[in-house]
Ligand binder design. Sequence first.
Ligand code: ADP
Ligand code: MG
Length: 308
Amino acid sequence: MSDAAISLDTLCKVYKGGKQALTDVTLDIPRGQIFGLLGPNGAGKSTTINILAGLVTKTSGKASIWGFDIDEHPRNAKRSIGIVPQEIVFDPFFSPYEVLELYAGLYGVPKAQRRSMELLRAVYLEDKAHAYARSLSGGMKRRLLVAKALVHNPPVLVLDEPTAGVDVELRQQLWEYVRELNAGGTTVVLTTHYLEEAEQLCDRIAIINHGRVVANQPTRELLAMAQEKAVSVTVDRDVADLPQARCFEKIALKGPRELVVTYSKDKVNAGEVLAALQSAGLGIVDVSTQEADLEDVFLNLTRAPAAA
Ligand code: ADP
Ligand code: MG
């Protein structure tokens, strides 16, 4: 039995019609983290999550949630996870409050332990508690889905592209709530296209591409994998012409005396870059390096074509 929050072992999915969506996905998602599952469209993120949700049947391999194998202990596995699906589906005739009560009932949560109003307050829907679900905006519906996923107080919350169609301000509120939940002990798994969000939120990130896991690392390590590095240099005079050198990938002027040089850190180091500037006649006053962002890593790892 795995002590991971979610454990996937050589998971494969071939859809009817022959599309192989997942190939040997092996992944342990540690308890207590905010974990990001990143990948371009069609990578297999939703397929993975829908297998955990019991909405898609896997072709082979194993999956367990909070130590419960989804085949051997499906009820316990289901009770351990709350899933916010990518697609919004609702019965338009229920109010948000009724939706939460209904789901709490389906999970067998006793009336005294239900937290419907508390959950609605947490997702800023208290004033819509008794409105028709069909009168809610897209962002409100998504927040209601988050509340719905939490009615049975699961130790793992999974959000599949939660910010699709959610405006910036609400997105911030949603992330704040996700952080709060995590601080309270909930393991959070999210898929997103917003790399900078994964970068800010996630302790650990796995990247999936064409149904295969191509990276699975602490966010910090993943960032360090980016090969492009930039150094920002303040020089002792105004720069009229940009100096050129073979070790520069790119050079740009940020201010009259500030240059940003991008270089490939697997080929050269910052010392060589600075030496090249000096030999172009520039005196160096100040230097700072910039970390590459996740986008660089992501693009590098997902540039590889699909395996035949
Ligand atoms: P993601 O969520 O990363 O965008 P998906 O898991 O939705 O990716 O899809 C992975 C691949 O499986 C895609 O090529 C997609 O077209 C295909 N796919 C998804 N759902 C189905 C389905 N019900 N039937 C056939 N192919 C599907
Ligand atoms: Mg998806």
